[in-house]
Ligand binder design. Structure first.
Ligand code: AMP
Ligand code: MG
Length: 429
């Protein structure tokens, strides 16, 4: 694909399959189109280490010193010189604690009782673990000789002074906070938070706390969007539920694009009669409207409104979540500055193969993201089964699920026992 300079150029490009081309747009191709326009935010800020959790590094972290800083023992035991390995008995002349070094020099035939993390005393280079030693008063005997230099952690073994420890584009996780703290570094330069504005559209939407009348539904999309955006650590601007009124929608859209880096809407991008978002976007934005070859989540719009990136998600509650995880999440991580394998842009979610224990009905020609439950069978093997009803309005299927079962365009009906690919929804970090 040659890189177009603007979305307008792309809109008129037949390969874009814009404006609900009857040949639906494959999922991978839509991702590829969006990717071309995702430049990370450029503003950065310096934060304390704790505040940097979940943010993306905007500068490499270099090690200002060797880690560990000094040679030390990896075990509780006795430190001595490897030249003494054949000596029958060694005399204990002192103790070295973590944080309280033994200050003397250890001569031939001598050893020092040493604790994990304590600096290796001068004259020693090997540690015998305490379980392999017999002690009688001040004298020890090695019951099993260690190899020379065993159980010693050397200065710079983990990280060398000046070494790049974490690179620009790295998303900060708990281990990174510890790693950077272990260098004695208290701050990190990170990309500023992404600002994301969103609103729901639809005359039928009712806010919580009000009774429902016939034909009305509670606005649940703003709650799932709030949850998904919160997990990404972005700044959230919730602009409410907006009725299908072109003037109010227009004002809200401008308001959103003015304040935010990314605008997300749900509903109104399909071809229904009250789908005004599409008309507004055609008038004011540079937006591509696709019929994606996927289930759930057929209609999807992506483009720019002013300087803001725009994602028009379907209205159906499950479709909102699926399109968010399959398109918006990855795009947002890229805009937040994330890089993978040294390249700008976030990595797609990993896929794992597992056996599906029940048959699945599926049409070829589109990608389905069924909601699945990963579980262990009696022998402890991980397997998957769908959550049950797969309608795109059935949010309970998302609540029950701990994974998506991803069935690509080539896959048709599957028998029980078939291997399928899954994307895990729950993460521990
Ligand atoms: P639309 O894409 O606007 O035609 O909406 C498709 C379906 O999703 C309709 O049944 C809507 O009532 C429903 N829907 C749209 N927005 C929301 C929302 N914010 N919360 C819950 N359901 C919604
Ligand atoms: Mg609607």
């Amino acid at each position: 694909m040659t890189k177009p300079t603007t979305i307008s150029q792309l809109i008129s490009d037949p390969s874009c399959m814009n404006d609900y081309d009857p040949n639906a747009m494959p999922v991978a191709k839509a991702r590829q189109f969006i990717k071309q326009f995702l430049s990370p935010v450029i503003e950065t800020e310096i934060l304390t280490l704790r505040e940097s959790l979940g943010r993306v590094l905007a500068a490499d972290i270099l090690s200002p010193a060797n880690v560990p800083n000094y040679d030390n023992s990896a075990m509780d035991g006795y430190a001595f010189n490897a030249l003494d390995l054949d000596t029958e008995h060694l005399k204990v002349i002192g103790t070295a604690f973590a944080g309280k070094a033994f200050s003397g020099v250890v001569a031939c035939g001598e050893c020092v009782r040493i604790m994990t993390g304590a600096a290796m005393p001068q004259g020693t280079n090997t540690v015998a673990v305490q379980e392999k030693v017999l002690r009688d008063g001040d004298v020890i005997t090695l019951t099993e000789a260690p190899k020379p230099h065993a159980n010693v952690r050397y200065a710079g073994e983990d990280l060398q002074q000046g070494q790049t420890v974490l690179t620009t584009g790295h998303l900060m996780r708990p281990a990174d906070l510890g790693l950077i703290a272990s260098l004695g570094v208290a701050e990190a330069t990170v990309c500023r938070k992404l600002k994301v504005a969103f609103f729901s559209t639809g005359d039928e939407l009712v806010g919580l706390g009000k009774p429902l009348e016939t034909g009305q539904v509670y606005d649940s999309n703003r709650y799932t969007l709030f949850g998904m955006l919160s997990r990404l650590g972005v700044e959230i601007i919730d602009l409410g539920a907006i009725a299908d009124d072109p003037a109010i929608l227009e004002k809200t859209l401008f308001d959103a694009a003015h304040q935010a880096d990314v605008v997300i809407t749900s509903g109104g991008v399909s071809v229904g009669e009250a789908d005004y978002m599409k008309l507004l976007l055609a008038k004011h934005g540079q937006v591509m409207f696709w019929k994606i070859a996927m289930k759930p989540g057929r209609p999807l719009a992506y483009g720019k409104v002013g300087n803001a990136h725009y994602f028009g998600l379907p209205g159906n509650p499950v479709a909102v979540m699926v399109t968010f995880y399959q398109f918006v999440r990855e795009a947002m991580l890229s805009l937040m500055g994330q890089a993978s394998d040294g390249q700008p842009g976030s990595a797609p979610l990993p896929l794992f193969s597992v056996e599906c224990t029940v048959p699945i009905k599926k049409l070829t020609g589109r990608t389905e993201f069924q909601r699945g439950i990963l579980f262990t069978d009696a022998s402890g093997t991980w397997k998957v089964k769908p959550t049950g009803g797969q309608g795109s309005a059935l949010l309970s299927s998302m609540s029950l699920a701990n994974c998506f079962i991803v069935l690509d365009e080539t896959i048709g009906n599957l028998d029980a026992g078939a291997m399928v690919q899954v994307q895990v929804l729950d993460g521990i970090i």
